[in-house]
Structures are given as structure tokens and as C-alpha cells.
Design a protein. Structure first.
Length: 267
């Protein structure tokens, strides 16, 4: 990610704050694209932070305060990629029991491109995200999985849990398609905001959907697959392991159109 600005509770980040975050891997975040000072699914990002504040720190940051801090960090920039992180300097490995409203760090960066227009080749890895309902900062497992996939000649890693259920990828959710139906995997995972926006509007573009357990043996029953995250409404999957998929531009266009039906919400 390109260099950007970091603000903590409305002031420029200090060395002390950044040192704490470098040494104490405890916190949560959410990230999103800002376009014309608006965000698709902003309410969902704020709800994610509220949940994380309550779960990890015992107290949420009020949503109106988070919005104000985002606006302050953006300044007059209409477009950016923003990451909002929660942390507490009172929490450390030796003193983990503090409860209280966490501090808010807002990082503002240049807009980031989608993961790629070229269909992705995914390496299957057995992995399950820790506390998958939280978008937390313990990302070593995700980065290592993606690194191993890249070093093996793939684009990214697709996770299968110990029970054989396909769940998600390193930085994204996955959906499968047959006919006019999108199938979402049923397994413990972090449900992404872009995934939720697509789910909310698939019927608007004439597509059906269902959620069920998907295993590697089920891949032969699908006509295609795609990934989605905050920077990528929909990107086709060319292959999962040795199983190849056909790529339908029309299908991807429809899925992206479902995402586009979500109205941008002003920051």
C-alpha cells in the first residue's frame, strides 16, 4: 500500500502509539474505498467496528465519532482508500484485562486498484481464521497463506477447514455460480461488506442465491466462481487447484451490477 496519512483520535499518529501497535498485536480494523466522499456499505463497516469494540475492548466507539474522525482524516480529498483501526495502549501481553473505549486510528491512502482483471488461480490450503466474526489485526496466517500460494505459482489461497468445508480466501470472500444461482459457502468465516452488498441486491439483477456447505468435491457442479472484497466487486476464478472454471463476462457483469445497486453513503 502506498504511503498515506495516519491519524489517531483526530491527531497525527505519534511514535509512542505506533510503537505500541507494532509490538502488541491486539485490535481490529475495517477498510474501504471512498469515492466522491461516499462509501458503499459504510453502515456495515461501522457496525463491524462497533461489534469489535464491544468484543475486544468491552466498549464500542460511538459510530458518529468514527464518522467524524474519518471526515477529519480525509480532509478535502474526495477519493481514497481508508483503514480504520481500533487499539488500546492499556492492553499488552502482561496486562491484557483493561476494558474501555479503544482509540481510533484512521489511515488515508491513495485509491487502490482491484485485485486484478485476470481470472485468478487459487491454491487450496487447510486453514481457519481465528475468531472469524472479527476483522482483527492478527493477520500473519492470512499473509503467510497468500505468500505460499504466490511462491507456488498461484495468485492466492482458498481456505478449506478441517471438516473439508470451503470458507474464504486470504483477503476476500468467494461465491460459486450455476445457472442463474449464486452459491455462498456455509462455514465459519468473516463475511465481507462487499459480499453482503452483493447478497442484498442479487435479486435486483435477476439472480438467485443460496448458502450451503461447499466442498472440493462439489466444484464439478458449478459453472464458475468469483471472489469479492472491498477493492474488488467481482473477479473471476480461473481454477481452484486442478479444477478449471469457464469465465463468463456477462455473469461477472451481473454480479458487479448487484454490488453497484448499493447506494454510496456519505461519510
Amino acid at each position: 500500500m502506498a504511503a498515506g496519512d495516519l491519524w489517531i483520535d483526530g491527531a497525527p499518529a505519534t511514535v509512542e502509539d505506533l510503537t505500541h501497535q507494532a509490538l502488541v498485536n491486539y485490535g481490529a480494523y475495517t477498510s474501504f474505498a471512498v469515492s466522491a466522499r461516499a462509501v458503499r456499505g459504510l453502515d456495515r463497516h461501522l457496525a463491524r467496528l462497533t461489534h469489535a469494540g464491544s468484543d475486544l475492548f468491552g466498549a464500542p466507539v460511538p459510530e458518529d465519532r468514527v464518522r467524524a474522525l474519518i471526515r477529519q482524516a480525509l480532509g478535502d480529498r474526495p477519493d481514497a482508500f481508508v483503514r480504520v483501526s481500533l487499539f488500546s495502549r492499556e492492553i499488552s501481553p502482561r496486562s491484557p484485562a483493561h476494558e474501555g473505549v479503544p482509540r481510533v486510528m484512521v489511515g488515508v491512502f491513495p485509491p487502490v486498484p482491484p485485485l486484478g482483471e485476470t481470472p485468478l488461480r487459487l491454491q487450496v490450503q487447510t486453514y481457519a481464521r481465528e475468531t472469524p466474526d472479527l476483522k482483527h489485526v492478527a493477520t500473519m496466517g492470512l499473509i503467510r497463506a497468500r505468500r505460499e500460494a504466490r511462491l507456488a505459482g498461484n495468485d492466492d489461497a482458498l481456505f478449506v477447514d478441517a471438516e473439508g468445508r470451503i470458507s474464504e480466501g486470504s483477503l476476500w470472500n468467494i461465491g460459486f455460480v450455476y445457472g442463474d444461482t449464486v452459491v455462498w459457502p456455509d462455514a465459519p468465516m468473516l463475511e465481507g461488506v462487499s459480499q453482503a452488498l452483493i447478497k442484498a441486491h442479487l435479486t435486483d439483477v435477476g439472480l438467485k442465491q443460496e448458502t450451503r456447505v461447499v466442498t472440493l468435491d462439489d466444484l464439478v457442479g458449478f459453472e464458475g466462481a468469483f471472489i469479492t472484497n472491498s477493492a474488488t466487486p467481482a473477479c473471476a476464478v480461473a481454477a481452484i487447484g486442478d479444477h478449471a472454471f469457464a469465465v463468463s463476462v456477462e455473469r461477472l457483469t451481473n454480479i458487479s451490477a448487484a454490488w453497484s445497486r448499493a447506494e454510496p453513503q456519505p461519510v
